[in-house]
Design a protein around this ligand. Structure first.
Ligand SMILES: Nc1ncnc2c1ncn2[C@@H]1O[C@H](COP(=O)(O)OP(=O)(O)OP(=O)(O)O)[C@@H](O)[C@H]1O
Ligand SMILES: [Mg+2]
Length: 425
């Protein structure tokens, strides 16, 4: 029963009450929920949330759904303005009832800048025990409502294609009892531990990139014993993979292969990784699309931005170049339209995808010129250049920090020289 406001309860002489009528303001987000979602926007250089850093000065929500956010930057000419604006718009637009987002900039005073630096460092320390994933790591969860649509194949191939660009990619197999990532990436062996932390298994990729992989498959003997853990520790296991695994500090992306369906894992991830965004995989069949729509709904409920939809097994390409829509067509486009995000790739049905999965050679690496290989390469380019480019450590604040560090070093050197002269005389 929805709570009734006093005006409504005193007017109950008529049979119906106005409590059931949804006024436009009912669907507007309040300032607090805007602030909560902004906590997921990272300052690319300070590697901390713009909310935690105190950079969000003002938030207002107009009755027409336009949200205005005022953000104070260390310097107005900051070249990362566009990126911060994009992140703010992406996140806030995902809230129900938001029609547009305006970002206004302000410049910090020198005292504010100093405070922000201190906060950034304190945050860096305070964040460490929560998850071992650096705030500067882009996190993408690959999800779908239905099993068997190709989440794991998509995850490993995007990971491989991104690593071929020279990037460092983490792959977390969150499918605890149905893990398939180790086999698909051809990564094997028990996880090693040191200093109380688990170290991921690694695979170097031509082009200078590297994959860091963690899966339940590295902890149990076979898929049968993984099943025994079912339910007991699903959530805990994923949580531990985030808190107890020493992911590289300079990981550009962490891709998370989700178990089929929706639920607690999703919510848990969203809570632990405020920067996580989602890609939804579907097949061209309408049934898969409906289930996938539920995942997208869950994403919104947990304040996760959906980057886009991937339609997998779109068409079978015969050796002669003929295209056959084995599973029908239109599911991906319909889902993308449904949830208001772009359809970012259509991956053809190709035996090499499945063969590559069986022998640890993702098609993005073994046959980048094949029909599916090309789509994965293009998808990696789209992600790395437009959808969610890696967070670079160059720019305004980094330069300020560097300058400050240099000055301190110079000052230290000067005082050391002075002490040496005094001792000598
Ligand atoms: N584009 C494709 N062309 C051919 N085979 C594919 C393609 N995509 C996936 N497959 C095959 O379909 C099967 C299911 O794919 P995959 O395991 O990636 O799906 P999933 O969504 O991760 O499944 P689960 O829900 O069980 O985790 C696998 O055998 C895989 O090799
Ligand atoms: Mg899978």
């Amino acid at each position: 029963m929805p709570p009734q406001d006093p005006a409504t309860t005193t007017a109950t002489t008529t049979a119906t009450t106005t409590a059931d009528v949804v006024s436009p303001t009912d669907v507007l987000p309040d300032v607090d929920s805007v602030r909560t979602i902004l906590a997921g926007v990272m300052d690319p250089e300070l590697r901390a949330s713009i909310v935690d850093l105190g950079m969000v000065r003002d938030i207002s929500v107009a009755t027409d759904g336009v949200v205005t956010v005022q953000v104070a930057l260390t310097t107005l000419g900051c070249p990362l303005q566009a990126e911060i604006r994009r992140e703010i718009k992406n996140k806030v637009t995902a809230l129900p009832g938001v029609s547009d987002v305006a970002v206004r900039w302000a410049e910090m005073t020198s005292e504010e800048k100093a405070t922000v630096m201190v906060r950034a460092r304190r945050n860096a320390r305070a964040n460490a025990p929560d998850t071992m994933v650096a705030p500067s790591t882009r996190v993408i969860t690959i999800a779908s409502g239905k099993g068997g649509v190709g989440k794991s194949s998509v995850t490993v191939n995007i990971a491989a294609a991104l690593a071929s660009r020279g990037l460092r990619i983490g792959v977390l197999d969150a499918d605890i009892w149905g893990f398939s990532v180790p086999r698909m990436l051809g990564v094997d062996g028990r996880l090693s531990g040191a200093d109380g932390k688990i170290h991921p298994n690694r695979r170097l990729i031509d082009g200078g990139g590297e994959l860091e992989v963690v899966s339940m498959g590295f902890l149990v003997e076979d898929e049968g014993s993984a099943l025994m853990w079912r339910g007991l520790m699903l959530n805990k296991a994923v949580e531990q993979f985030l808190t107890d695994v020493r992911w590289a500090e300079d990981l550009d992306y962490l891709l998370i292969d989700m178990p089929p369906g929706t639920g607690d894992v999703q919510m848990g991830l969203a809570r632990m990784l405020p920067q996580a965004e989602m890609i939804v995989v579907t097949t061209p069949t309408i049934a898969a699309q409906r289930v996938a729509a539920r995942v997208a709904d869950m994403a919104r409920k947990s304040d996760m931005v959906v980057l886009g939809v991937i339609e997998n097994m779109s068409e079978l390409v015969t050796p002669g170049g003929e295209r056959i829509a084995v599973f029908g067509s239109g599911g991906g486009a319909a889902l993308a339209k449904d949830i208001g995000v772009p359809l970012i790739a259509q991956i053809p049905l190709e035996p090499l995808v499945s063969e590559g999965g069986d022998n640890g050679m993702p098609i993005a690496l073994s046959a980048p010129d094949s029909a599916a290989g090309q789509v994965f390469t293009q998808l990696a380019t789209l992600i790395a250049t437009e959808l969610l480019p890696p967070i670079e450590m160059v720019g305004c604040t980094a330069r300020i920090l560097e300058a400050a560090a240099n000055n301190l070093r110079d000052a230290d050197a000067r005082s050391a020289a002075q002490t040496a002269t005094q001792t000598a005389t």
